[in-house]
Design a protein around this ligand. Structure first.
Ligand SMILES: Cc1cc2nc3c(=O)[nH]c(=O)nc-3n(C[C@H](O)[C@H](O)[C@H](O)COP(=O)(O)O)c2cc1C
Length: 186
């Protein structure tokens, strides 16, 4: 096997694909915004924490810093076009719910709305933030979560095989989770 050196600025592609999520936030005027995020992760079991990495120039960066709340919404694989619409304009100028044809749904515990068309929702209150280069990692404590009944398994746990997330590869390329590998029997 020949190892070829990769430009450090391209190394992040070795960490693709990542589930695309639609993060909602809200301004002091009550207007909600949506940002597609590829860089998200759970980061603690107890308390349940979720982190998202947001570019410092994004409108959503301003809204999350100001309001201290956000909702991570999980779109399904048929929402690719809506993700691209939300990712190619700024909420400073555009109402993305209207432009993408998405429906705000009141959240259970925070002000930013859920997105009705998404299959899962994680409502977060900001507990920490870390400036990392040109992005900020916002860490949110999960204060409520909800999902479409169809994406929960028999034990009531959200299942990625049922939720059918859409994975961001790079640019405008996306993929899906094709299958679960057989668990080896020992
Ligand atoms: C699939 C996808 C994933 C993205 N991932 C991120 C991300 O992880 N962090 C980020 O800051 N921007 C990301 N972007 C870019 C923002 O979504 C985009 O700049 C958006 O228009 C910002 O909106 P806002 O200014 O209204 O907040 C992504 C875009 C797409 C389409």
């Amino acid at each position: 096997m020949v190892k070829v050196e990769v430009d450090p600025r391209q190394a992040r592609h070795l960490l693709s694909a990542r589930p695309a999520v639609l993060v909602t936030s809200v301004g002091s005027d009550g207007k909600p915004n949506i940002i597609p995020i590829g860089w998200s992760m759970p980061t603690s079991f107890n308390p349940p924490l979720v982190a998202i990495s947001v570019g410092v120039r994004r409108f959503s960066h301003e809204l999350i810093e100001d309001s201290q709340e956000f909702v991570v919404n999980l779109p399904s694989k048929d929402m690719r076009d809506k993700i691209m619409v939300c990712g190619s304009c700024s909420g400073r100028r555009v109402n993305k719910f209207e432009r993408a044809g998405l429906t705000p749904l009141k959240s259970l515990r925070v002000r930013p709305p859920r997105i009705k068309e998404c299959v899962g929702h994680i409502e977060c209150k900001l507990v920490d933030k870390l400036r990392t280069g040109d992005h900020t990692i916002f860490v949110g404590e999960v204060v409520a979560s909800s999902a479409d009944e169809e994406v929960l398994d028999e034990s009531g746990t959200p299942s990625p095989l049922l939720a059918e997330p859409i994975y961001h590869l790079s640019g405008s390329d996306f993929g899906t989770l094709e299958s679960k590998l057989e668990t080896p029997k020992h």
